[in-house]
Design a protein around this ligand. Structure first.
Ligand SMILES: Nc1ncnc2c1ncn2[C@@H]1O[C@H](COP(=O)(O)OP(=O)(O)OP(=O)(O)O)[C@@H](O)[C@H]1O
Ligand SMILES: [Mg+2]
Length: 311
């Protein structure tokens, strides 16, 4: 099947007052059709630049890009009817009702007005649609932007950080909406620097850093490949416990805040009871024992070489 998005060797250099800046450094990216694909990366890693290039809003210096099998920007007119996008904050007229603005948009893109009601329903704005946009919350504006992007019933929906600035309830609503939009064969390409959002919503993920894609694949596989082995435990005093465990052949490292990670390399922790027995025999008692973190955040930090968020 044709990929929803395929990018090969994309480069983009911005000229700045003092020299140049390489925002994309040979980006390769394949987004298969269907489901929600997370496009994850720290601030400044090139996510928005990639999306702008895909939509013909910025020009790449080198490489190729395709949307649904069509070269962009050269064949963009052939595919634009199948692609919807929300990039940065959507621009609506504050003094006009949401429904009216969608109706005007629908007319301009040749979509029947009945579709306006469908998209309002999808983004759960129908009962507020006659109010002026001025009175909308940020979350409602984002949802109105998504409604506009959905008018053409696109096969590919590109969302650039739709949860930016939303409160926890707004973020939850956005996650539910994104998940729903990624069903029925549609592809949602969701850029985000929020790991938990990607982990909760996406089927697949591409992880960016420094204008390149470092890892891509199903979220589970990315997690499995970067899973930290062993368990983390808290025990007092940690240095005495560490010595006991090392003596028994375990690899022990400091996991911060007085905790130890046991079993990374060396003797595997097949059964945590081995550890409790060993330590208990020396009158060392566990306060906590949990599997070593296997969340996307640890994997992400490992993949991006510790380049935390906001890097
Ligand atoms: N118009 C521009 N002129 C100069 N530099 C730019 C321009 N647009 C982006 N950049 C730079 O290119 C790099 C990549 O920016 P981009 O906006 O693509 O990152 P991002 O991954 O979307 O980050 P964020 O998570 O903050 O949205 C950044 O260092 C940014 O400062
Ligand atoms: Mg961005």
């Amino acid at each position: 099947m044709t990929a929803a998005i395929e990018v090969r060797g994309l480069t983009k250099t911005y000229r700045r007052r003092r020299g140049t800046y390489r925002a994309l450094a040979g980006l390769d990216l394949v987004v298969e059709q269907g489901g929600v694909h997370g496009f994850l990366g720290p601030n400044g890693s090139g996510k928005t630049t990639t999306i702008r290039v895909l939509l013909g809003l910025a020009r790449a210096d080198g490489g190729t890009a395709q949307l649904l099998g069509h070269d962009v920007p050269s064949r963009l007119p052939d595919v634009v009817g199948h692609v919807g996008a929300l990039v940065e904050n959507p621009n609506f007229l504050p003094g006009m009702a949401g429904r009216t603005q969608l109706q005007l948009l629908a007319t301009s893109v040749g979509v029947p007005r009945t579709r306006v009601e469908e998209v309002l329903e999808l983004v759960r704005l129908r009962d507020r649609a006659d109010e002026r946009v001025r009175g909308y919350s940020l979350g409602m504006r984002q949802r109105l932007g998504i409604a506009a992007a959905l008018l053409k019933d696109p096969r590919l929906l590109i969302l650039d950080e739709p949860s930016n600035g939303l409160d926890p309830a707004g973020m939850k609503e956005m996650r539910d909406l994104v998940r729903e939009l990624g069903t029925g064969g549609r592809t949602v390409f969701l850029s985000s620097h929020l790991l938990s959002e990607v982990q909760q919503v996406c089927d697949r993920v591409s992880i960016m850093a420094g204008g390149r894609c470092l890892v891509q694949g199903p979220v589970d596989e990315v997690l499995a490949a970067h899973q930290q082995a062993g368990v983390v435990l808290s025990v007092d005093p940690p240095d005495v416990a560490a010595a006991v465990l090392r003596e028994a052949g375990y690899d022990v490292v400091d996991a911060g805040r007085g905790r130890l990670r046991v079993g990374g390399t060396g003797r595997p922790v097949d059964d945590p009871a081995q550890l409790t027995r060993l330590l208990g025999a020396r009158d060392l008692w566990l306060r906590e024992l949990v599997p070593a973190a296997t969340d996307l955040e640890s994997a992400y930090l490992e993949i991006t070489g510790g380049q935390g968020l906001g890097a």
